[in-house]
Design a binder for this molecule. Structure first.
Ligand SMILES: NC(=O)c1ccc[n+]([C@@H]2O[C@H](COP(=O)([O-])OP(=O)(O)OC[C@H]3O[C@@H](n4cnc5c(N)ncnc54)[C@H](O)[C@@H]3O)[C@@H](O)[C@H]2O)c1
Length: 266
């Protein structure tokens, strides 16, 4: 029988972490446009509520929640709140992270004197936070017998940052960011194969550089190095999120979907 509703997410509930940041709202708009309800969670309560308010004004069915992804208890509270609010959970987008927008204190320091505290903090949010989310929410999905987990990785979890584009730009890519994102892709494959027969699909989504008012030398160098000749627009992740969350990807398991304008292709 032909199915014209491969991407339909009606009746499904998604948790998105890092809800106060740049990309979570895009993920939420994508999923709600196809019928899902979203629990938008962040450690920054005030900013997350503001983001949820903006999304609600655009007609998206979004509720804000507080979650510190580095705390197992916080994940358990988030699961309970999601079940109390929506009665189920079908999709988890592990999106929280320390990034160039939300830096740790020593984020910009070079490798040779990169502070251990920053290494630990970045690994804790980007990798351990994803591990805990998969453990708490994924285990629930396994009992339920269905679910889709999308771990947000990065270009720099696939390849090294190109160290030559940063000097003189004020932008850096610290070692812990790249290593944590390589770990996210490894964790994704481990769980994808562990849960493949349990109805829970685990995949990662790798964005390239997302344009966020970048300018000057960095932008020029980036454009030169990207086959597409530009950075990604944040809206350009929407299709991949919906695809991985939906039944259109029913046999897509352990995949790392790269949306980078071709950066990793040459
Ligand atoms: N923006 C890009 O160019 C880009 C490129 C590749 C990958 N990514 C990845 O996409 C994801 C989202 O990126 P973004 O640009 O929206 O980042 P962002 O910095 O704008 O937002 C990250 C959010 O994570 C939250 N957060 C930090 N620690 C947390 C914790 N302990 N618990 C819960 N939330 C916490 C922050 O409060 C912030 O709201 C990240 O995982 C990032 O690594 C982004």
């Amino acid at each position: 029988m032909q199915n014209n509703n491969l991407f339909n997410l009606e009746g499904r509930v998604a948790i998105i972490t890092g809800g106060a940041g740049l990309l979570a709202s895009e993920h939420a708009l994508a999923l709600t446009a196809f019928g899902a309800k979203v629990m938008l969670a962040d450690v920054n309560d005030e900013k997350c509520r503001a983001a949820a308010n903006l999304l609600q004004q655009q007609g998206a069915d979004v509720t804000a929640a507080v979650c510190d992804v580095t705390s197992k208890q916080s994940w358990q509270d988030l699961l309970k709140q999601t079940l109390d609010t929506f009665g189920r959970v079908d999709i988890l987008v592990n999106n929280a992270g320390f990034t160039n927008q939300s830096k740790t204190a020593g984020f910009t320091r070079g490798f040779e004197d990169f502070p251990l505290e920053d290494w630990n903090a970045i690994m804790n949010v980007n990798l351990t936070g994803t591990f805990l989310g998969c453990q708490v929410i994924g285990s629930f999905m396994v009992k339920q017998g269905s679910g889709s987990i999308i771990n947000i990785a990065s270009l720099y979890g696939v390849i090294s940052p190109n160290h030559k584009i940063y000097p003189g730009t004020g932008i850096t890519q610290p070692v812990a960011y790249s290593v944590s994102k390589h770990g996210v892709i490894g964790l994704t494959k481990y769980l994808a194969t562990l849960w493949a027969e349990k109805g829970v699909r685990v995949n990662s989504l790798t964005p390239g550089g997302i344009f966020n008012n970048h300018e000057g030398l960095f932008l020029e160098r980036f454009k030169q190095l990207n086959p597409a000749g530009r950075m990604s627009q944040k809206e350009e992740l929407r299709g991949a999120i919906v695809y991985l969350a939906s039944d259109a990807a029913s046999h897509v398991i352990g995949h790392n979907m790269i949306v980078d304008g071709g950066w990793t292709a040459w």
